[in-house]
Design a protein around this ligand. Structure first.
Ligand code: PMP
Length: 285
């Protein structure tokens, strides 16, 4: 079965799905995206993802190209046409196609909309979660508006590649003060020796993860101790547990940080419980 993409109003086989070479996403990374988990063919936290998309667009002064309802319908349709049961749906909106010029294109330039979806390997993800993953640290060399989910991901790409080359699953960005900001494609968390869950506050220096928001709801509902503050790599290495969160992997236990085992080197109880309870708190549509 060939995969189908949505491109500017049309559903096309992937091989025929393309955008103009003067698309501003291609030339300037002038666009935003969202990744939403698909579970049982349904979307996880669609409403929150579309709300964050609207915020990213408005921060970049790109018009929302269609209503949230129509966009939601397209996401569902792409999932359906690709028969995705468990996987992800990817949505990208750029400022559109125009003669190359850094400043905004003429008013009326239509944003480009692309949606793709694909299955992920459920068994591999479950195995990883059962074993836990390794993370490494890299300097946070990104711009100061990473709260906008822009497609400009070069530092994230390089960080992830460094992680891969060192046999790790994720790279944690560390800021100039020595604090972990977030992962290259996930939010970062630890659990201290006294059982307090710690994650950094949201501001312009991290992305406000949708999974993070849901996990905070679980923590509140279960009355776990929580401290919203930055933490250092040293503190993380001495923590009882660590984990990362993102839409495509929900809660993923971290068992190694810069080659040092976390806690007893196995996935932690709190991380595993948060992973288990996740879908009772997420919105499925
Ligand atoms: N931070 C970054 C840099 C990311 O790319 C992601 C994944 N989109 C996240 C955090 C986690 O966000 P979410 O839980 O919404 O997937």
């Amino acid at each position: 079965m060939s995969r189908i993409a949505y491109v500017n109003g049309r559903y096309l086989p992937l091989a025929h799905a393309s955008v103009n070479i003067e698309d501003r996403g291609y030339q300037f990374s002038d666009g935003v995206y969202e990744v939403c988990e698909v579970r049982g063919g349904r979307l996880v936290d669609e409403r929150r993802h579309i709300e964050r998309l609207q915020r990213s667009l408005s921060e970049l002064r790109i018009a929302m190209p269609m209503t949230p309802e129509s966009l939601g319908a397209v996401l569902h349709e792409v999932v359906r046409r690709n028969r995705v049961r468990w996987g992800i749906v990817y949505l990208q909106i750029t400022r559109g196609v125009a003669r190359r010029d850094h400043a905004f294109p003429p008013p009326g330039t239509r944003p480009s909309v692309v949606v793709t979806a694909r299955n992920l390997d459920f068994a591999t993800a479950e195995r990883l979660a059962g074993e836990g993953v390794a993370v490494i640290s890299v300097p946070d060399n990104r711009w100061d508006r990473v709260d906008i989910k822009s497609v400009s991901l070069l530092p994230n790409v390089l960080a992830k590649q460094t992680a891969r080359e060192q046999g790790a699953r994720e790279a944690w960005f560390v800021d100039r003060q020595g604090f972990v900001t977030e992962g290259s494609s996930s939010n970062a968390w630890i659990v201290t020796r006294n059982g307090t869950v710690v994650t950094r506050q949201v501001d312009n220096a991290i992305l406000k993860g949708i999974t993070r928001t849901v996990v905070l709801d679980i923590i509140a509902a279960q009355g776990l101790k929580l401290d919203i503050r930055p933490f250092t790599m040293e503190e993380a290495q001495q923590a009882r547990e660590a984990f990362i969160t993102s839409a495509s992997q929900t809660v993923m236990p971290v068992v190694k940080i810069d080659s040092r085992p976390v806690g007893n080197g196995a996935p932690g109880l709190i991380a595993s419980a948060l992973r288990r309870d996740f879908y009772r708190f997420a919105e499925i549509s």
